[in-house]
Design a protein around this ligand. Sequence first.
Ligand code: SF4
Length: 245
Amino acid sequence: MTHSTNKSKTDKKLKPEPLVLPAGDKLLLHSCCAPCSGDVMNEIERSGIEYTILFYNPNIHPRKEYDLRKEENMRYAEKLNVPFIDLDYDKDNWFERIRGFENEPERGHRCTLCFDMRFERTALYAYEHGFSTICSTLGTSRWKDFNQINGSGERAASRYPDMAYWTHNWRKGGGSQRMLDVSKEEEFYQQEYCGCVYSLRDTNKHRMDQGRPPIRHGIKYYGKPETDYEAKALAAKEAQTDTDA
Ligand code: SF4
């Protein structure tokens, strides 16, 4: 008897229960980047849920960083053969929306407005295309306020009848570790700030205070030593200087 109880516990550990959507059978997953979405996608796949990824992040600055994050996200979606909806980079609307809150700290009201904007667009797309549940990979990061994200998601979903925002905590049950594992396996691009120009400003200020150089875009990847990229970037710069001289 004791033996069989232990065995069933082991089986349960080896085979986690499939995830279940809170409403309907089609999920629209708002995605912010490849590292935050890698394990989420794997978990959804494992559960046999039909889903589509929606990339709508006009907050990301500068454009080079936006393209890096999006392309990396598309690469993994293509690998898993998941539909990928790429919406506008309407950054002017984003700046308009957060006007007056430029100096808010991260997790403050500026971030609520930023989440609201992205989730409202997600919910609209879901409504227009027959998705019953929406969710976001934004809550994967330990730097984010999970309740703040869920609040924005639920507000957006409540605009439409029979739509739910899925408040599943992707960090739990080993999710945070799996997120790192898949990021390293896939050698995803590793961003070093949340996304907007104000988070870049504040992160660079913090780095300067610590005597570190400002962020350089496109040089850091999970599972690869950063020094390789820094050395390559430096060598390329020196070669360019030699050519220009
Ligand atoms: S810090 Fe991040 S969540 Fe907050 S406003 Fe900037 S991009 Fe949006």
